[in-house]
Design a protein around this ligand. Sequence first.
Ligand code: MG
Length: 351
Amino acid sequence: MSFTAPIFHTLSAAFALASTACTSLSAQPEPSPTPARSSQVTPVEEHGALSVSGVHIVDESGAPVSFAGPSFFWSTTGWGQERFYNAEAVRFFAEDWNAKIVRAALAAEREGSYLTDPKANEARAYTIVDAAIENGLYVVVDWHSHRAEENVEEAVGFFQKLATRYGDTPNLIYEIYNEPLDTTDWASVVKPYSETVIQAIREIDPDNLIVVGTQSWDQDVDKAADDPIIGYDNLVYAVHFYAGSHKDALRAKAQYAIDKGLPLMATEWGTVNYDGDGEVDRTSTLAWLKLLQDNSISHMNWAVSDATEGAAMFVKGAPADGGWTEDHLSESGLFVRDIMRGWGTESLPEE
Ligand code: MG
């Protein structure tokens, strides 16, 4: 998403929302959440190394796969949400939410990001990757910037370090550009940037998936479908949606890209508006989930955060290290936990 939105959800408003919504999901009090992991076999033990085959991401047996999980918030030092970058949070998402993939959003713009505080931000990303490996999850490491072409050297340096450290594990997925702006042209800026970073990664790691960002905050997947990057294996393209703002028009664009054979991953999506705030749009979210399910597309929800905005999974002051009960979850968090727990069972939550 874009920068943290202006705060207009008060804590009491958040509680009011949480207590009045989700009637179909939480009408019955839930005594104590039982661990939701569907099997004792971890996702990576079950599926092994991922690759691209046609329009699909497939596992080691060649079967299309679709995973659900959370996206951590900006890793930025001093923004407050970096406290969630810990191993216990990852373990709890795996065991209690049935997450099979997680996304670390390595902040790469503005003060406190990797650009000004590289060691601390890098350590946060590594913490998530190490915990994902420990728990047998897939893990996306995202260069969280809207202007990545301004820092190509830093991006190449970081991804080469990441490839050296984790490129021989089946867990790692590179995401090389979070969200190019609408004014950042695909053909002349985003694509050449991507080719430079992809080549640098492939010098070290020949095979792990690489997610390529697309113009207009990862909405113009049609442009990438018409003019894809050629010459490299295992490339997938990011489509991001915020269900309250992005509806049939963006779903049609995604379907166009799919029909043209472009492999997609929803590395970031929200139940609310494009600015990360506003009310949960259950109807649009469910329409998106149907599209993702029908096309075996993996997705990561924004965000692991207790900021006072609609997209935050948690209410203010929730613990950073797992153990979350319903009382810690926002309206969006409750809905997303339900989605994640059921993902892969062919059943979607009711509206
Ligand atoms: Mg590799």
